[in-house]
Design a protein around this ligand. Structure first.
Ligand code: SF4
Ligand code: SF4
Length: 652
């Protein structure tokens, strides 16, 4: 016998009446979330052309891939599959329920022919089964799951919703089984048929009770969504769609002119100290956080015993948001100054976050407030800042002068209208002894390749360390000075030796009027090799490449350095590489930090050493210095070299 909708049920349509309050509660609950988020500031529009594929503030591609398809969840494959099972299973079950309504109200013949057999019977049984399987996995994971769910704090409230949904699906199967037991087999409803075997006589009373309970529990689940962590069904896709899909964090610019406006009623806050200082997008970040701990797990600071946990920061802010502490001035101290300055700005947390939260931006906003409003900064970082302010480079106490790195070399000076590339040396290769060899090697390579290049009369910093340490004011001063000099010299193409310089020029200079074609030296070397402008001999050596965070994760350059090194030897990989790479510990001003806990550079150097590679290569002066230092804890051999040094040796 075919399926009869509402078989054995009187007044079944009443369930639709219960749907109304359930949906009303859902809407009310979501509105309450929006009211909280509204305490944030409206987003400042960046002074940049809009990205293609964006409608209003919504990035369509990110909405579909990261928001709806949840592509980032699958980085943890089992958890990803379980989420996919539950989400898509429930989507198809909801479609099935909708089709039943169409049949009842509009007599659409969904219970006839092949559609009934394959979709309404077979496919919906399959959808229910995979959704239930996914829920069982997620339930077990809540009970016995990884530490990251509990560290530093666990989010409660998932289990009741998982149980409620599990009950709705399981009761749906039993209702089907009781109907089949009473009306005869339905060969395509394979789960219903199997379970019907346990009810040979049918049981109409039990069927009615289960039917009503199933319906009411489904309504309860819907109504409870916004008041439980299950609200991520709505918040996560929204957050993914509104997050800038460009990798890494862009801090934007502060309009300091508004601080001189004497007619303004209030002086704007520098950085952020309380929730109302943040934008609505940031508050949406805190509301969307799942407390899953994926960021905690990959954070170099958290995993080496420092005070920082990016998840912990998000949890503190989420709790403040939900308790209504929008103007609580104590927030910054609750998060903790040590935690705030322990961040290496490596963006591993951003990369790992399944709901596209920008944790480093929050941390850097706190830094800006501590440094520019409160003059609170760790001692060594403070010294680096002072050095930047007074000498235009952060290497206080260096024994090197500005011209020492190029002694014995005949390095051309950039000439307006004559020179093609500006070889930007930057502060580390000028003043840090080990990094000077990068600049020397690159000069030699460019001269052998007959490239038209020149350097500035006086090397200095891009201002990146100031920006990452929270001193936006100082960064702006230095950056504007560089922009002015570049425009006087007519600079268009820049080769950088340091990924921090590349990141600054390409990401933070355009809003200040500095638009250039910037090329990291590893990419330029690859071009030279590809065009045959330089030739190297491949040696029988194994090379393991450490991805600098500012080159790889922040700017997506993974292949070019590997292509270069692959021509000089055999590349092997560390366990954590490319977008999973582990920081050297030097970013975000932490080159000038006294670290608590295990030193990050030792951790990374050990990982590199354990590959048994002959050479550890990198493409960043900070990584070079940090790994060279870290390597001392495992071997006396000199193992770490910059990509330019390796190529220069391979050319001779
Ligand atoms: S940017 Fe890196 S160091 Fe900072 S919180 Fe994220 S993972 Fe941790
Ligand atoms: S910030 Fe992202 S990765 Fe970290 S706990 Fe929240 S949802 Fe998970």
């Amino acid at each position: 016998m075919g399926r009869i909708p509402y078989w054995n049920i009187s007044y079944g349509l009443l369930i639709d009446a219960f749907a109304l309050p359930a949906v009303a509660l859902l809407v009310y609950g979501l509105y309450a979330h929006w009211k909280k988020i509204q305490h944030g500031k409206e987003r400042v529009k960046p002074n940049l052309p809009p990205l293609p594929g964006k409608i209003g503030p919504v990035y369509i591609h990110a909405l579909i891939t990261k928001g709806i398809l949840g592509s980032k969840i699958y980085r943890k494959i089992f958890t990803g599959i379980a989420h996919g099972f539950v989400f898509w299973g429930m989507v198809f079950l909801a479609i099935g329920t909708g089709l039943v309504m169409l049949n009842i109200y509009l007599k659409v013949p969904v219970f006839e022919g092949g559609f009934n057999r394959w979709f309404m019977s077979f496919f919906l049984d399959l959808a229910g089964l995979v959704a239930l399987g996914g829920l069982i996995f997620l339930f077990m994971r809540r009970l016995f799951g990884p530490e990251r769910l509990r560290q530093p704090k666990e989010r409660l409230g998932f289990v009741p919703q998982i149980c409620l949904l599990g009950f709705v699906i399981a009761s749906g199967f039993y209702i089907e089984a009781l109907r089949i037991a009473a009306n005869g087999p339905d060969p395509y409803s394979f789960v219903g048929n199997f379970l019907a075997g346990f009810f040979p006589m049918g049981n109409n009373g039990l069927h009615r009770v289960l039917w009503w309970t199933h319906g009411l529990m489904a309504m309860a689940f819907i109504a409870y969504i916004p008041f439980s962590p299950m609200v991520h069904i709505a918040l996560a896709p929204t957050n993914a769609a509104l997050a800038n899909p460009k990798p890494g964090t862009r801090m934007g610019v502060i309009d300091f002119s508004s601080f001189d406006d004497e007619t303004a009623e209030e002086v704007p806050t520098l950085g952020c100290a309380k929730l109302t200082d943040f934008t609505r997008k940031r508050l949406l970040d805190y509301d969307s956080c799942l407390w899953c701990g994926r960021c905690h797990e990959v954070c170099p600071a958290a995993s080496t015993g420092k005070s920082l946990s990016p998840k912990g920061v998000m949890v503190t802010l989420a709790e403040k948001l939900h308790s209504g502490g929008f103007d609580d001035e104590g927030l910054i101290d609750e998060v903790g100054m040590d935690a705030i300055f322990a961040c290496t700005t490596c963006t591993a947390c951003m990369e790992a976050c399944p709901v596209c939260i920008n944790q480093p931006k929050t941390i850097l906003k706190f830094r800006q407030n501590l440094v520019m409003e409160q003059s609170r900064i760790p001692e060594l970082m403070g010294k680096a800042n002072n050095s930047l302010e007074q000498r235009q480079h952060p290497f206080f106490g260096t024994g090197s002068g500005p011209k020492d790195w190029c002694k014995g070399l005949d390095v051309p000076i950039f000439e307006k209208g004559e020179t093609e590339y500006l070889l930007w040396i930057g502060c580390a290769p000028t003043y840090e002894e080990r990094s000077q060899k990068i600049a020397q090697a690159m000069v030699e390579i460019l001269q052998k390749a007959n490239i038209s290049f020149g350097i500035l009369e006086e090397s200095r910093c891009t201002g990146d360390p100031a920006k990452q340490m929270g001193n936006e004011f100082l960064f702006r001063e230095i950056a504007l000075q560089n922009v002015e000099e570049f425009s006087e010299l007519g600079v268009k193409d820049i080769i950088t030796l340091c990924p921090h310089c590349y990141n600054s020029f390409s990401r933070h200079y355009p809003p200040l009027g500095g638009e250039y074609n910037v090329i990291p030296h590893s990419v330029f070397l690859n071009e030279l090799l590809e065009k045959g402008k330089i030739k190297i001999d491949k040696k029988n050596q194994s090379i393991c490449y450490h991805d600098p965070c500012y080159l790889g994760r922040r700017n997506g350059f993974y292949d070019a350095p590997r292509a270069v090194l692959g021509k000089a030897g055999n590349c092997i990989e560390m366990q954590r590489h490319k977008n999973n790479s582990f920081c050297c510990g030097g970013g975000g001003g932490n080159y000038w930090a006294e670290e608590e806990g295990t030193r990050i550079n030792r951790n990374r150097a050990k990982e590199a050493f354990e590959t048994s590679a002959d050479i550890v290569a990198t493409a960043c002066p900070f990584c070079l210095a940090m790994l060279t230092d870290g390597m001392k804890s495992v071997t006396d051999e000199q193992k770490v070299f910059d990509i330019a040094e390796i190529i220069n040796v391979a050319m001779s």
